[in-house]
Design a protein around this ligand. Structure first.
Ligand code: BDR
Ligand code: CA
Length: 315
């Protein structure tokens, strides 16, 4: 008997890797994407909304998800256009799908009315909007089966500062607040997302043909390959798509329950994830109810299998 698809709400700030995650999620028969919320991060929220509509025009899903406009994180001028291009999608020549957006809370409320039971949340942007939604739409929290979050760096350097990853760095207060809500959070940080690298060679091998989708993927991933070469000296990192794989195929990852917090005040360490990995004498610390694990964290992944899963959905 076919598995019932998992109802999913996505918060994203497209962004090239967000666009890939959206395309893959919309193509997966295991998921039913009920709403996409566009938030600020890589670009400002208004541009993110336009970009979600552009991605929907490429994906042409049978069932178009509800579209919501989320919030901008604090701090203007901190967008990641040096990686994703001035418009967030490498100036891909794609016109947006003509659909109306609701405000984020209304989109989530309507999406919840469309689903019967629990829902999953995939958070691919700074957590400003997700924090707001969880406070404003209590039903979301009550029905949340799991939240898969792309953010943070655990045991590896950051990608914005020596210690901070972009999504957590843009709004560390929101990231910390989310972790303290004691929700079923699966965190997919840089230590795993940076392990899948898309090169010009792999792109050529996996994306062929003349479809609108293939042309879009060649354009945006080609752009990201160039920008990553300039900025980090390697192929494109498609963090948010790896986070989607964490939701779809959790067994391809090694997870560790950990107590996490996010530094929000440090002058050198703002946005850094502080993971309590202390194991004196080789054993975890004696239980302290204040420091019980508040997330399961991806600490390993089968890179090849994750890549195969994602290419299978993308092309
Ligand atoms: C995260 O930051 C953004 O630039 C990407 O879209 C991803 O969500 C990686 O640090
Ligand atoms: Ca993102």
């Amino acid at each position: 008997m076919a598995e019932t698809p998992l109802d999913l709400i996505i918060d994203a700030d497209p962004g090239i890797d967000d666009a890939c995650a959206l395309l893959a999620a919309l193509a997966s028969p295991r998921l039913r994407v009920r709403a996409v919320i566009a938030s600020g991060g890589n670009v400002q929220a208004a541009q993110a909304l336009l970009n979600v509509r552009r991605v929907l025009a490429v994906a042409q899903p049978e069932e178009v998800p509800l579209l919501g406009l989320g919030l901008d994180p604090p701090g203007k001028g901190l967008e990641a256009t040096h990686i994703h291009g001035p418009d967030g999608l490498g100036e891909a020549p794609v016109a947006p799908l003509d659909i109306q957006a609701l405000d984020a809370c209304e989109a989530v409320r309507r999406a919840l009315r469309q689903c019967r039971g629990e829902v999953a949340l995939l958070a691919l942007a700074p957590l400003t909007t997700v924090r707001f939604l969880l406070a404003e739409v209590p039903e979301l929290r009550a029905r949340l089966k799991q939240a898969v979050v792309m953010g943070g760096a655990v045991g590896v350097p950051g990608n914005v500062t020596p210690v901070a990853e972009f999504n957590f760095w843009r709004d560390p207060e929101a990231a910390s607040a989310l972790l303290h809500l004691r929700l079923p959070i699966s965190l997919v940080p840089l230590n795993v997302t940076e392990r899948w690298e898309v090169t010009a060679h792999t792109l050529r091998n996996h994306v062929r043909g003349r479809s609108r989708r293939a042309a879009f993927l060649r354009h945006v991933l080609g752009y990201a390959i160039q920008s990553h070469l300039v900025v980090v000296g390697r192929g494109a990192l498609v963090h948010d798509a790896v986070a989607l794989a964490g939701l779809l195929r959790p067994r391809l990852f090694r997870w560790r329950p950990l107590y996490l917090d996010v530094e929000s005040r440090g002058t050198l360490t703002r946005g850094m994830v502080v993971a309590d990995m202390r194991q004196p004498y080789g054993k975890p610390l004696k239980s302290d109810p204040q420091r019980e694990p508040n997330a399961r964290v991806a600490v390993g992944m089968q890179v090849r299998a994750v890549a195969d899963c994602l290419w299978g959905l993308l092309r």
